[in-house]
Structure formats: C-alpha cells, structure tokens
Design a protein around this ligand. Structure first.
Ligand SMILES: C[S@@+](CC[C@H](N)C(=O)[O-])C[C@H]1O[C@@H](n2cnc3c(N)ncnc32)[C@H](O)[C@@H]1O
Length: 617
C-alpha cells in the first residue's frame, strides 16, 4: 500500500480567504502542494513558490503524480489543501502518541507512533468553537459546556433569551456576548427565511467570531517569534487554533445544490444582520474589534466544515447526550472504523479520545461515527448520507461471504443438514453493498451455494411446500412488520402487551433468521425492558445475556454501550438476590454474580471514561 508517510509539511498559514479562492478557482485540478506551507520556522508560501527551480518543479510533479495515484486530487477538498497537515501537527506529535499520514481512499489517518495501552488518552482537545443545540440550549453553559444540572446556578441572557451561562463564566461571557446578542435574537427568523438549520447558522457565527482579523492573520509571527496559527498544550489538553479548523475536510463537491443555496441565503442574511447590528451600535471602534472578518463565501465554507466535522458533546452521567456540537480539528483526524479501537467522551468543552484496547505501534487509530450493530449496507448508507464517504474499514472490506456481517442480514438455509445462511446474491457478490435493494433478487447460501430464485420456473426447494422459511424475500418483510407492530405497543409503554408481541416475534422468527440477525437483536432490549418493568428479573437477565453475547461476537472491543448492558445485568442479579422468593443459597450466588458484573462495568468504564470520571456505585 502506498503512503505519503512522514511528510512533515503543514498548512501553517492557510486562511479562510485562501480556502474560498482555491476552492472556487481550481476545484479539481490543483496541485495540493502549491498551498503547502512550512512548519513554524520554515518559509511561507511565497518563498516556496517564488524560488521554484527546475528541480523543485520536478519534485512537485512527482508529488502530484503520487497524490493523483492516491486518489487525492479527485476530491474538491484536496484542492483546498486539506490533505496536508494542520498547523499544530508537530505539537500533537510531541504530546500525544500518534502522527498523521495520508493513505489511499481515506485521506489523513492517525497512526500510533508507539504501542498504546487500553484506557490511554490518545488526544484531549478543547473545542475551537461549540454551540448547544437549540432544543437543549439550557442544558449546558454556552461558554464552558459544563452541565447545568437542576440545582446549579444558571444565567439566561434576558435580551436574546437563548444563551445561558454558569456562575463562573457569566461575567466574562456576557461581555463577549453583547457583540452578537442582537443577531442571536434574529437567528430563528433568519433560519426560517433561508430554510437553513438554525444551529448550523449559530455555529457558523461562533466559528467566524473565532477568526483572527486579517492583520492578525498576516502577522505570521507574534513579537516573541511564536506562530499564532499553532495551538498550545496546557495540562495535557490541546488548544487548537482557528487555522487548524480550516484544514478540515468540507466535502463541498458532495453537498446538494439545494443545501448550498439555502446555506448561502442563510449566511448572507447572517452577515447583513450582524453588520447592521454593529452599525446600529454606532461605535466605530467596537465595529473594528468585533467584525466577522468574513465574506458570505467564507461563511459558506465554515458551514460546510461544520456540516462534515461537528461532533456531539455533552455528557450527563455516563451518557453522551449530544446536547451540543463542537469542532475539534485533531479529534477529526481520526477516521471511522466499524471495528473501532478508540472512543470519545466529552468533559465540558474538552473532547477526550481513549484507546479501548491495546494498540500496536503503526496501527491506525479509529473511532466509530455511527451505530455499529447494523447490516453492512445500512452502515455504508448511513455514512454516505451523513458523512459523504464510502466506508473502507477492515470490517466493510472483508468479503461478505466470510464476514460476521453476513449473519446480521442472513436467513437460515433450509436445505437439509446445511447450517449456512441465505443472503441476497446481490449483496453476496456486490463490491459495493447498497442498503436498499428492492428488486426481487435471488438468494444464495454461503455454505452449500443453494440458490433460491423467485423468478426461476419450478419449485424453489424441490420436494418442499413453499413457506415463508424458504422464501426469504417474503420472510424478511414479514419479520419487519411483526417487529414494527410490537414496537408500536412498546412505545405506548404497554409493557405487558408488548412483551407478549415481542416474545411471539422471537418465537416466530428465531429459527428462520440467523441468531445474530439485526431484527432479532433489536427486539431484545425492549423485551428486557418489558421484563424489568414487570419485575421479572430472571427473564430480563436471560435476554440481557443474549444481548451481551451478540454484542461481543459482532463488535469485539470495549464500549460504553457494552458497560451499560453489563450494568443492567448487575442490577438484575441484585434484584434477584433481594427477591423474597429467593433462597439463602441462591441469594448468595446472585450477590456474587452482581459483584463480579459490576467489577466488569467498572473496568470497561474506566477504560472508556478514565478513572477520574467513574460514577459512585
Ligand atoms: C473526520 S474526517 C477524518 C480525517 C480525514 N481522513 C481527513 O483527511 O481529513 C472524516 C473523513 O475521512 C474520510 N474517512 C473517514 N473514515 C473513513 C472510512 N472508514 N473509509 C473511507 N473514508 C473515511 C471521509 O472522507 C470522511 O468524510
């Protein structure tokens, strides 16, 4: 596999203006290296371009050929230089155990520079900017993102009635807020007029306010010789810069024209409202200090950057609540894998990424962007729709016929003595699995290769009467309908009735779908919850064991989801120990099992969240 490893050039001084010009003028054919800048201490872009010799040209040509080979120039993003390293890259390498290399199809990848132990922090990064989601705008402080629990003090701006601050942040934050309070009041209206997401516009404003002024930007080094585009590390946390954020992918060639048009209108209204609110303030000096320093096009770039890279934030207890969205340039260097080896956990406005398993030197660090207990086609579709890429992780790259993924969508083969699974031939042989294939495709067994073709003349299974069992194209929709009906009742919180329907669903389809099939798996959690609601901890723990078994087979590795199911199991062992009908001997056994299970929960949470963040038990 070809790599551009160890390329230590970085995008030290790429400005938002640069990105707009580059993206508009030469969207696909530009040499990515034309916009490479040297790291701190090296020359700037002018120096590199101005002294180009034949040798340099040759080198450039070679690099371009390599980049083309890697597929980098086919993406409009690469034209804006985003396949290069971010300004604070060297700082990250100094303080965290990974570096960035470029790999085919996946762009920049985070690669371990030494062996990493499970539970180690691989990056702790302060958000360049974040916004609480509108529907949860009172949940966290808008300045530090700390949880505003029921009992803690919170101050809501009486004018815009949107921003809320904690006691510590209130004074300083309100001072800054005064420059954009007027526009904050009108954001909802702007969003409606432009048919644009209000939170996206709020985020664009928050990011634009972080942009250094043009004069600050052109002043590459401060008086003491420090490069302002490079961040800092304090107490183990990286504070990245606005320029770091500018190096993120935008996928601007992949978003729809309609989305672009509404974002353009939204950004244009945002800018004019902001500028006129400053004008109304009537203070020229204030205007100078608080101007957005951005054109509509530049704001659009920020919107695309947010759209591709914003991370959910906000943790209450042990749950990632996603009450806010943040931009973390170096966390964003970690690619997605359907078998991740790292996980996120935010604390206030800092995002921590920890290794969930021991990681060998030179391995890629990956996180998951989506729900992983889904068939391959669904996962790929989710990533294509929400993140605009075709997943090339090891789990998605393994041929379906030998992958555990086949069980998540497979029906049991009905040929006598065969223990294989029937899969749509289109999925089994397709290079690129699509989640929606409504055509009446034939189905094929992974073991005995028996083909069941709905269009074939004659009996499908010679000597057998046709039932749902041997007509998988009818079996799966029947299972989906039955599951949906049960879930309708469950959502009404009619747990007794829902339990009957869910148990019937399992009885009807367990022997027909593979035990790891996603429909069967999806029925188990509501069924466990019904049992618990009815005080039946024995059956509840039976279903919980099956859930844990499925999770551990399909997604080896630790996760908070796994810990949460172990926690439910521990609770159910405790409930059984305390039940009046339980004998002394059994109670003792259940107590021991509960203790062991909670120890397991603690170990997983310690790995994913860090020792300091464990809840009291
Ligand atoms: C948050 S960025 C990760 C860093 C990115 N590779 C870069 O060069 O900026 C997410 C983007 O990385 C690429 N990517 C991440 N995971 C991938 C995967 N499993 N397969 C293919 N591309 C992936 C996609 O282009 C995606 O939009």
């Amino acid at each position: 596999m070809e790599q551009l490893e160890g390329d230590n050039t970085c995008m030290a001084a790429l400005s938002l203006e640069d990105r707009v010009v580059v993206a508009q003028d030469q969207p696909f054919e530009m040499d990515t290296h034309q916009h490479q800048h040297q790291c701190a201490g090296g020359g700037g872009a002018d120096e590199v371009e101005g002294t180009t010799t034949t040798k340099k040209k040759k080198q450039k040509k070679k690099k371009k050929a390599a980049a083309t080979k890697l597929g980098l120039l086919s993406d409009g993003d690469s034209a804006a230089g985003v396949h290069l390293l971010l300004p604070s890259q060297k700082l990250v390498e100094k303080n965290f155990p990974w570096t960035t290399v470029i790999r085919p199809r996946r762009g920049r990848c985070a690669i371990a520079t030494r062996a990493i132990k499970a539970g180690e922090v691989v990056i702790a990064e302060q958000a360049v900017a974040f916004v609480p989601r509108s529907q949860d705008h009172t949940a966290v402080c808008h300045a530090c993102c700390k949880d505003l629990g029921h009992n803690s003090f919170s101050f809501e701006c009486p004018v815009c009635k949107h921003v809320v601050y904690c006691q510590e942040c209130q004074a300083k934050a309100l001072d800054n807020h005064s420059s954009w309070c007027a526009v904050s009041q009108q954001l909802n209206e702007i969003a409606k007029k432009s048919d644009c997401d209000e939170d996206l516009l709020r985020f664009v404003l928050a990011l634009a306010l972080r942009q250094p002024s043009r004069s600050e930007h052109s002043k590459k080094a401060s008086e003491d010789g420090e490069d302002k585009s490079i961040g800092t590390v304090k107490e183990g946390v990286l504070y990245p810069t606005f320029q770091d954020a500018l190096g993120l992918q935008t996928h601007q060639d992949k978003v729809s024209a309609a989305w672009k048009a509404s974002v353009q209108k939204g950004c244009s209204l945002l800018l004019s409202t902001y500028e006129s609110s400053l004008g109304n303030a009537g203070d020229a000096n204030q205007h100078k200090e608080t101007s957005l320093h951005s054109s509509v096009e530049e704001l659009q770039i920020l919107a695309m950057l947010v759209n591709t890279n914003a991370h959910g934030m906000g943790a209450q207890g042990l749950h990632n609540t996603d009450v806010a969205l943040g931009i973390f340039p170096f966390v964003s260097m970690l690619n997605h894998s359907c078998w991740p080896n790292c996980c996120f956990a935010s604390e206030g406005s800092v995002m921590y990424v920890r290794a969930t398993q021991d990681i060998a030197k030179d391995s890629e660090l990956c996180v998951s962007y989506i729900n992983l207990y889904e068939p391959r086609g669904v996962r790929k579709q989710n990533l294509a729709d929400s993140k605009h890429f075709d997943c090339s992780c090891p789990r998605c790259s393994e041929p379906l016929i030998s992958s555990i993924d086949r069980f998540l969508e497979g029906c049991l083969c009905t040929v006598r003595g065969c223990s294989g699974v029937l899969l749509k031939s289109s999925s089994l042989h397709a290079k690129n699995v699509k989640s929606e294939d409504n055509s009446l495709s034939s189905w094929e067994c992974d073991l005995c290769s028996h083909v069941v073709d709905p269009h074939a003349p004659g009996p499908l299974f010679p000597g057998k009467t046709l039932t749902l069992d041997n007509k998988p194209w009818e079996l799966v929709p029947a299972a989906e309908n039955s599951f949906a009906a049960a879930m309708g009742v469950y959502r009404e919180r009619r747990f007794k009735d829902a339990r009957v329907l869910l148990e019937r669903f399992l009885a009807d389809f367990s022997g027909k779908l593979h035990p790891l099939h996603v429909l069967l798996f999806d029925a188990l959690t509501p069924l466990m919850n019904c049992c618990r609601a009815m005080g039946d901890a024995a059956e509840g723990s039976r279903f919980c064991h099956i859930i844990l078994d499925c999770l551990e087979k399909v997604m080896p590795g630790l996760s908070l989801e796994l810990a949460n199911f172990y926690f439910c199991l521990g609770e159910m062992y405790s409930e059984r120990a305390e039940a009046r009908s339980t004998s002394q001997v059994l109670a003792k056994r259940y107590r021991k099992q509960a203790q062991e299970t909670f120890q397991r929960v603690r170990a997983i949470r310690e790995t994913c969240l860090g020792k300091a963040n464990l809840p009291p038990y």
